[in-house]
Unconditional design. Structure first.
Length: 226
C-alpha cells in the first residue's frame, strides 16, 4: 500500500510547481487578483496576524522553523521581529520566489524539501500555517509528532475545521474555474484532532483562534510537548 503522506506530498509539489506557481506568487503579493482569491488573501493575512499574536513580540535569539513556508511572507514577518528563520517548502518554484523577495534579510534561509526532514535541526518554535491541511488527520498528527522531537517551546499549526457548512462550501467551490481553486484540503473535527494529538505522545494541545470568511476558514492550534 502506498504511503499516503508521500502521495499527497508529491501531488502538492506538482500543483505548486506546475499548475499554480504564478497564481500563488500573485496571491501572496499586492497584485490585483480575482474576487475569490482576494477573499483567500485577506483570510490568510488575518491568520498570519493571529499566529504572530501568540508569539513573543521580541524574537531576537530565537530559532523558528516555517514548515511549508511557500513564498516566505510569514517568514519575513518573523524575521522582522528578530527571529532566525528556516523556511522549507516542497515546491522549488515557491522557494525561488521566497529567496528573491527576501534576499537582503540575513535572518532568513529558504530550502526546497520535505518539512519532516530532521536534518533541518532543532527550533524554539515550529509554525505550520496551511501546510498540514492537505494531509489526512493521521498523517498530519504523524508530522506533528515528528515536529515535537525538534522543538523547544511549541508548535503552532492550522487546520481546516470539519463542519457541515464547510463541507458544502468545498463542494460548491468545485464549480468555480480551475484557476480559482486551491488544492484539496482535509477538514478535521476538533475531537478527532485532540484525541490523535494526545495519542501521539505526552502533548498538550489547545485551540488559539479561528478565521472564518468566505472561501477561507482556518483554525490555529498550539501543541506543546510536555
Amino acid at each position: 500500500m502506498q504511503d499516503t503522506y508521500l502521495v499527497t506530498r508529491d501531488r502538492l509539489e506538482n500543483y505548486f510547481d506546475r499548475a499554480s506557481r504564478d497564481a500563488w506568487r500573485q496571491l501572496t503579493s499586492n497584485e490585483p487578483v480575482s474576487f475569490i482569491r482576494n477573499l483567500v488573501r485577506k483570510g490568510r493575512e488575518k491568520m498570519q496576524e493571529n499566529i504572530l499574536q501568540n508569539l513573543p513580540k521580541d524574537l531576537n535569539g530565537l530559532r523558528i522553523f516555517d514548515a511549508g513556508c511557500g513564498t516566505g511572507n510569514l517568514s519575513r514577518l518573523l524575521g522582522d521581529r528578530g527571529a532566525e528563520v528556516v523556511g522549507v517548502d516542497i515546491s522549488e518554484g515557491l522557494i525561488e520566489i521566497a529567496k528573491s523577495r527576501n534576499s537582503e534579510n540575513k535572518n532568513l534561509r529558504f530550502f526546497a524539501g520535505d518539512m519532516n526532514e530532521p536534518s533541518f535541526g532543532y527550533f524554539d518554535y515550529i509554525i505550520a500555517m496551511d501546510s498540514l491541511i492537505h494531509y489526512n488527520a493521521v498523517d498530519m498528527v504523524k508530522s506533528l509528532s515528528k515536529f515535537s522531537s525538534r522543538v523547544n517551546r511549541s508548535i503552532i499549526f492550522t487546520v481546516v475545521p470539519k463542519t457541515p457548512l464547510l463541507n458544502l462550501k468545498l463542494q460548491v467551490g468545485k464549480a468555480f474555474p480551475r484557476s480559482d481553486r486551491s488544492p484539496v484540503v482535509e477538514p478535521v473535527s476538533e475531537r478527532n484532532l485532540i484525541n490523535l494529538c494526545k495519542s501521539a505522545g505526552r502533548n498538550q494541545v489547545r485551540k488559539l483562534s479561528r478565521v472564518k470568511s468566505p472561501f477561507y476558514t482556518s483554525e490555529a492550534w498550539e501543541l506543546k510537548p510536555r
